[in-house]
Design a protein around this ligand. Structure first.
Ligand code: NDP
Length: 651
């Protein structure tokens, strides 16, 4: 990663003006270790190493909804019936879908013109599905939970737990009159643009529970907005012998409290007291649920392929007087706090004098590598790119060394502590934050089964084989993540989208992503979505989701205001090409991600496997805005202020 010149830049950026030979050696050793650990994990099958359970008849039960109340939902008047027509159909009832609806209402759309459809049995998206013990959002709740100011709600903790996050989605729905607009248990299969009618035909399957057949529901909508998120569809590794295993098994996003005991509100898991439990995966999910499993299981085996970097959490209850006088004291406080977090995390210059959130994220400016080179514009010269990457590595070495020392401080057994150290830059995998995860491995009933990058080998009738040893288990918990966010908007949501003249969105994008502002694409009229390709990312997802919702609401309502009631709006091919070129020009901002350890963030190493300039250009077009979220937000805001709807055609 670092040659001699690179090492000098690294050392200089880290504040070591005249690095001694020992310092240079230490930096080089670390980077060599990073490269060696990455090489152990590179696999030719990439994302194909996982089974998408939605696509497997044998394994589809892994995504069954454990939380849905079919009887109650079947008794309700359905907001969408076969043959219904609506002005606006929003796909997704998580925070992003709700924000879309709220910003449309703010812009003047009537609630009666909105319908929401979701495959889940209720509101919340990722907070609906994920209810594992210890679930919390590791982004500060004051900036993460949407619409706190509008709803006058004070979160209970600095980092909210899962039940509160899901309840907040329900609160938003109730506050804005959206509850009766939402159709649940709807799996969208296809969307077809009907040129003659100027409408989308959307085909969905409604799962009405075990006592009824799946209902086929086809509706027409003038506008469709897809806000389906990225963490809905569980994946599990393609393990030899998966069929042989006779013990109990479930995915973390469909926690089986009937088996473990306890509930999402009460993590006692009392039925595990006599059980040998295994968990595969050590990502951000496992970091949160492993301590609870350790507390409650007779024996716990944690099967690790790659360690997660785990910093402290330091959660606290919200102090109402601090809330009133310091946090939520003035109008516009949430927007101000969100931008402050972005600027600190993005390491922009000048750095804000006050770090309002002041936590493990905001104290890790190297994580900005995930968001490009915020505030640096177009990095046109190779030396500018090299200096940017070297600067990030220098910042990151300081952070990652601190996190590695944390493992030594918290884990008694030195060999186990070594195995829990993350040897990659912090931006290569989602970082974790937990006060009890590392010390969990001091417990006598907990065994870390580190596979040195290889992963577990196979399943047997009784359990798992890893490192050549069989581990007999009563229960296997798969903490192995979700469908790749690298799939296109349609494929990620598991649907086909056919626009004008039967053109498929995924086919179009197989030639390279093309959008205006990351929210709409030529030949797919009246269809919108909130990025992330060709839009922008912030560490705080709901911040970007809110800005994108306002942008989409502006386009939809302006089109309706200027055109006829059945207006059709879409970008021109020229406009989306020009936007794509702007995205491409900024893609070098992500250069630090090259050479990362495989993970969900880089398509399991797919980015580094690209060969040839054409393939690389195609991938770079699909990047997010390399100059950072603030630059992106300003660009689209200026576009709105201009008021011309430039690049869009109305008919
Ligand atoms: P991840 O995809 O991050 O982790 C999957 C885990 O499974 C990895 O540790 C992976 O190892 C491991 N794995 C896969 N195959 C094997 C195998 N054959 N043998 C052993 N281990 C294997 O999923 P998560 O559910 O942890 O997190 C998904 C996303 O959810 C995160 O990226 C984050 O965005 C989000 N999240 C957010 C939270 C928040 O607080 N905001 C909390 C929790 C999750 P390897 O690393 O080697 O690939």
């Amino acid at each position: 990663m670092a040659d001699a010149a690179g090492t000098a830049v690294l050392a200089a950026t880290a504040g070591i003006s005249d690095p001694s030979a020992a310092v240079v050696q230490s930096i080089n050793d670390t980077h060599q270790r990073y490269a060696a650990e990455r090489d152990k994990r590179l696999r030719s099958d990439g994302v194909a190493q996982y089974i998408d359970v939605a696509h497997s008849d044998r394994l589809r039960h892994y995504q069954d909804d454990p939380w849905v109340d079919h009887t109650a939902l079947n008794a309700q008047e359905p907001p969408l019936k076969d043959g219904s027509q609506t002005k606006i159909l929003i796909l997704g009832a998580g925070y992003a879908g709700l924000l879309m609806a709220v910003r449309l209402l703010d812009a003047g759309i009537k609630a009666s013109d909105i319908r929401i459809a979701d495959s889940a049995g209720g509101f919340g998206g990722t907070w609906y599905w994920n209810r594992y013990p210890g679930l919390m959002c590791d982004i500060e709740s004051y900036i993460y939970m949407p619409l706190l100011e509008e709803l006058g709600y004070m979160p209970k903790h600095k980092y909210s737990f899962g039940p509160e996050l899901r309840a907040h989605a329900e609160r938003i729905a109730d506050h804005y009159g959206l509850r009766e607009k939402a159709a649940f248990r709807m799996e969208v299969k296809s969307m077809d643009w009907l040129d003659a009618e100027k409408l989308w035909s959307v085909e969905m399957n409604q799962n009405r529970g075990p006592s009824e057949d799946v209902a086929r529901v086809t509706v027409r909508a003038q506008f469709v907005i897809s806000a389906t998120g990225v963490l809905n569809y569980p994946t599990i590794p393609k393990l030899e012998g998966l069929d042989l295993y006779t013990g109990h098994a479930f995915h973390t996003s469909r926690w089986d409290y009937d088996y473990t005991g306890g509930s999402p509100d009460e993590a006692s898991l009392s039925k595990l007291a006599t059980k040998r439990v295994g968990i595969i995966g050590t990502g951000a999910t496992a970091a949160q649920c492993v301590p609870h499993l350790a507390n409650c299981s007779k024996e716990l085996y944690v099967f690790q392929r790659t360690p997660i970097s785990v910093d402290s959490r330091d959660n606290v209850s919200t102090d109402p007087s601090q809330w009133a006088t310091k946090i939520a004291a003035s109008s516009g406080w949430q927007a101000e706090r969100r931008w402050n977090f972005f600027r600190i995390l993005a390491n922009t210059a000048p750095r804000p004098a006050l770090d309002m959130v002041d936590d493990g994220w905001s104290r890790s400016p190297s994580i900005s590598a995930l968001y490009g080179a915020p505030g640096k514009g177009v990095l046109a010269k190779p030396e500018d790119v090299a200096a940017h990457v070297a600067g990030l590595h220098a910042l990151d070495l300081v952070r990652q060394e601190r996190i590695r020392r944390r493992a030594d401080e918290m884990v008694d057994d030195k060999a186990t502590a070594e195995k829990l150290k993350a040897w990659y830059p912090s931006w290569c995998k989602r970082p974790g934050f937990h006060d009890d995860y590392l010390s969990t491995f001091n417990r006598k009933n907990v065994t870390l089964v580190d596979t040195d990058g290889k992963g577990v080998e196979r399943m047997t009738e009784k359990g798992i084989i890893a490192n050549g040893t069989e581990y007999e288990l009563d229960c296997l918990i798969l903490s192995t993540g979700f469908r790749s966010p690298f799939l296109g908007t349609a494929a990620r949501a598991g649907m086909t989208v056919q626009g004008c003249n039967g053109r498929s969105l995924d086919d179009k994008w197989s030639q390279g992503v093309a959008t205006l502002h990351g929210v709409c694409s030529h030949d797919f009229p009246n269809f919108f979505w909130p990025g992330p390709s060709q839009a922008a990312l912030d560490g705080n997802y709901t911040h970007t989701a809110d800005h994108l919702a306002r942008h989409v609401a502006y386009i939809v309502t302006t089109a309706l205001g200027r055109g006829s009631d059945d207006v059709v709006v879409e970008p021109t091919a020229d406009a989306e090409e020009a936007w794509s070129m702007q995205v491409l020009a900024r893609a070098a901002g992500f250069a630090a991600q090259a050479g990362c350890t495989p993970s969900i963030l880089n398509g399991e190493g797919a980015i580094d496997r690209l060969t040839g300039d054409e393939e690389k250009m195609k991938a770079a077009r699909g990047a997010t805005w390399g100059d950072g979220f603030e630059s992106y937000a300003n660009t689209i805001s200026d576009w709105r202020i201009q008021g011309e709807m430039e690049g869009l055609v109305l008919s």
